[in-house]
Structures are given as C-alpha cells and as structure tokens.
Design a protein around this ligand. Structure first.
Ligand SMILES: Cc1cc2nc3c(=O)[nH]c(=O)nc-3n(C[C@H](O)[C@H](O)[C@H](O)COP(=O)(O)O)c2cc1C
Length: 437
C-alpha cells in the first residue's frame, strides 16, 4: 500500500495574538507562555514543526506612517524568534521549532553558533528559515540606505550558506572525546579553521560549539522568484510557499523538484509545504458564515493590505478598494506573495483580492467547511499535487486559542482517521521526521 501521508507545519510570529477576539490570549503574549502552549498543542497533534516568521522593522508603508501598524498591533510589536524557539523547544519533546533569521542581519558566525546552540538545547529539532530580508526599512537598521537588489541578496546568501556549512563541518562528529583518564575534552585534530575568504564574507573559524544532534539545522526556505527557487532547491530541506489553487501548487512543486534534480539533489529530500488558512465550523453553513464574518470585518481588509504593503513596500492605501489594481505591480521585496496576491488579469477588486482563496496573503486554496469536509479537500489536493503537505496559519497570522483547538482537536483527528497525517513521532531529529514520508 502506498503511503499517502503528508506533513503538517504551523506558521506564526511572536506578535500580539488575536487580541480583538473573545478567545485570544488577551494581546500581551510577551512572556511566551501562550506560544509555549501553542507548541504543546501542535505536538499533541503530531505536527512536524512550528515556524516563527520574522521581520526586522516597524512597518510604515501602509498610509505612509507607522501609526496603523502600531495602533492595530499589525506586524509590530514583534519579538525575537530565537529565544522563543528555545522556550518552545524545551517545553516539548518531538515538535520541530523553526526560527526565521536573515542573512542580511546576522554575521554568519553568529548565526551558525546560535543555530548550533539551539539545536543542542532542543535535542536536534531546530530549523532555520533562511530569508534575505525584503524591505528598505529593515536594511536601514543594518547600515544600508536601501535593500540590495534581489540578485545580490541571493549571491550573498549563497556564499553565506557556504560559510555556515563549513562552520558546521569545522568539528568532526566525534571531536568531543570526554577522555577523563587522559584529560582530553575535545580532540584538537578533529576541529579545524575554515579560513573562508569570499566576495562578501571572511571567517576564520572553527565554530566554538560542539556538533549539535543534527549537525546543521533543518533549512527552511520560501524563495519564489526564479533566483529564489534555485536557491531553495539547492539548500532547503523544506520549502514553504503560497500558491494560487491546486494547479498553482502542483506547478510550483514540479518546478522545485525539476530544479533540484538538475543540480543532482534528490527531490524527495525537499518537503514543499503550502500555506493554508482553514475556516472550520460545526456545519458547512456555520463555517461559511464564520468566513464571511471574518473577511468582511472592518479591520480585516486593512490588516491584509497593511501586511502586503509592509512586505512589498508598496502603499496599498493609495488604491480604490472597489476597483481592480490599475497596473501590474513589481517589488524588490516579497515578489511571490505580491504576484499571488494581485492575481493580475483576474479583474478582481482590491477588496475581493484581500479575501481571495480563503482569505489573506497566505492561503493557497480555499478550505471552508466541517473538519471532515476540509480533511477530504486537503487529501484530494495532496493526491493531485503529489505532496508534501501544508503550513497552517491564519490570514494575517493572528491566532486565538479557539482556532488552535479547532485545528488540533477537530481537523487533525479527521486527517489521522483518513491515514493522511502521522499519529505518532517515530524519530528524534526534525530532519528524520521530515524524511519519514
Ligand atoms: C510562507 C512564507 C513565509 C515567509 N516568511 C518570511 C519571514 O519570516 N521573513 C522574511 O523576511 N521573509 C519571509 N518570506 C519571504 C521569502 O523569504 C521570500 O523572500 C519571498 O517569498 C520572495 O521570494 P524571492 O525572494 O525569491 O523574491 C516568507 C515567504 C513565504 C511564502
């Protein structure tokens, strides 16, 4: 019998929870407890990993001001994902924890050291979402006036991966000998300098951490442009994507697999997960009513437009909500999400775009219904696409306890009953859980 299982991961950020909703945490999650409980709930549901999104600025594109972002708690405040990944990882046993860190922001040595440390603390369950940053506002926090062009960001990122890879390899797996008799902690013949000197980075090495259980973290990536896809196909263990419908999902995955094959990688080593934002109800009618309520709420359209403005640095407040966009937009920032969002040529108004495909920027297909209906749809989609799973979130990543429980205790058991997702963890390392099927 063929294994039809697919992977589940969860996408969130360290921002206020769904603070306007009655079942939120209350809007002040800064001690991390709400997110620790979230990780424990996802582990109960046997998710592969929880991924923490990150940005390095307070957005001020929407309306040309940071007022909207701060008043609505939209992408700001946003706390550092790395300590939260540690807290979540140490409060769970099997769930993978993935933190976003930008190759523009961290010196490679610091990133390798931090990742290695977290991988040891979580006993081999750490992942790094490799991003190159997408905003001038972020670049301006790191000594630049504008974000480097995409080509250069990826050229730097390629070299960056080389440096950190060499740093992770600068200790042999058996370098720690702990030989009490001869008084040797680590064998110096098994630890090497890397003496890296490239176009962008110069790093002597070796790393000063012991080899972590996975040696290097799981690499997660979301490149969407042709250059970004090549980068992802070369480096990623898991790729996260927002696609337009089942056809778009299939086309994206096929493309990634072809790119991987071309450079000699086994495409099965890359798990492509598609963002979705299911709306669940006791009945289909109930779910549809909930969806309507959610996507027509006053703040919904503005929150979505503020998010897309922040990550593309195009001010969407300048366009008429009830007309199609006047021209095809381009960005040096998150191009894939922009292309998916603007659905150029569809004739949809901006208001309609904000609610398309199940809501928001991060929904690859519409999933509205009872847990059983949505589980069926997810199974059918994966059968058509060929794999490898879903990255579940909400339209602007805000989460209430209610939503979390609907997924973990409503949807996941239905998926499990259909033999579509795992019912127990078989491996200790995140990378092994990803490779299991
Ligand atoms: C699901 C998903 C999650 C992403 N998370 C982040 C993030 O946390 N931080 C970030 O700066 N970019 C994030 N990105 C943007 C990607 O890293 C990438 O820059 C974007 O998809 C555009 O692709 P391109 O760089 O090839 O143009 C995310 C994209 C997607 C689709």
């Amino acid at each position: 019998m063929t294994d039809k299982r697919f992977h589940l991961a969860w996408f969130m950020n360290f921002t206020p929870d769904e603070w306007r909703a009655p079942f939120g945490q209350g809007g002040y999650p800064w001690d991390g407890q709400f997110y620790i409980e979230m990780a424990q709930t996802l582990e109960r549901a046997c998710f592969d990993y929880i991924m923490i999104e990150d940005k390095l600025m307070v957005p001020e594109t929407f309306g040309g001001d940071r007022k909207f972002s701060l008043a609505n708690g939209m992408m700001a405040p946003k706390h550092d994902p790395a300590p939260l990944a540690v807290a979540m990882g140490m409060a769970t046993r099997n769930l993978g924890v993935v933190a976003t860190m930008s190759t523009m922001a961290y010196p490679p040595f610091m990133l390798a050291r931090l990742s290695s440390t977290i991988d040891s603390l979580t006993k081999g369950r750490f992942g790094w979402n490799v991003v190159t940053s997408a905003e001038d506002l972020a670049a301006q926090n790191f000594g630049m006036d504008v974000l480097p062009p995409r080509e250069q960001r990826y050229a730097m990122a390629d070299e960056y991966m080389d440096v950190v890879g060499q740093l992770f390899d600068s200790w042999d797996a058996d370098a720690v000998v702990l030989d009490r008799e001869n008084g040797v902690y680590a064998d110096s013949t098994k630890v090497r300098s890397i003496d890296f000197e490239g176009e962008f980075f110069k790093v002597r090495g070796p790393l000063n951490t012991v080899p972590s259980p996975q040696k290097r973290p799981v690499y997660v990536q979301a490149g969407a442009s042709p250059r970004g896809r090549d980068f992802a196909a070369q480096h990623a263990d898991s790729i996260v994507s927002v696609a337009n419908g089942i056809d778009g999902m299939k086309a994206f995955r096929d493309d990634i697999r072809a790119r991987a094959e071309k450079i000699g990688r086994n495409p099965d080593d890359i798990k492509v997960l598609f963002c979705v934002t299911p709306t669940l109800g006791e009945t289909e009618e109930d779910a549809r009513a909930k969806y309507e309520r959610g996507t027509t709420a006053d703040h919904f359209v503005n929150d979505v437009l503020a998010s897309i403005s922040a990550i593309t640095e195009i001010d969407f407040s300048q366009y008429d909500l009830d007309k199609p966009l006047p021209e095809k937009l381009v960005t040096n920032g998150e191009s894939g999400t922009l292309d998916k969002f603007q659905q150029w040529g569809s004739g949809k108004t901006l208001r309609e775009l904000a609610a398309a495909e199940g809501g928001g920027l991060v929904s690859s297909m519409e999933l509205i219904g009872t847990p059983a209906q949505v589980a069926d749809k997810m199974g059918e989609a994966m059968a058509e696409v060929g794999g490898d799973g879903f990255l579940i979130t909400t339209p602007v990543l805000r989460v209430s306890r209610h939503y979390l429980v609907e997924i973990a205790d409503g949807l996941v058991p239905e998926l499990q009953r259909r033999g579509l997702v795992r019912t127990e963890y078989k491996h200790q390392l995140l990378r092994d859980n990803l490779k299991e099927f």
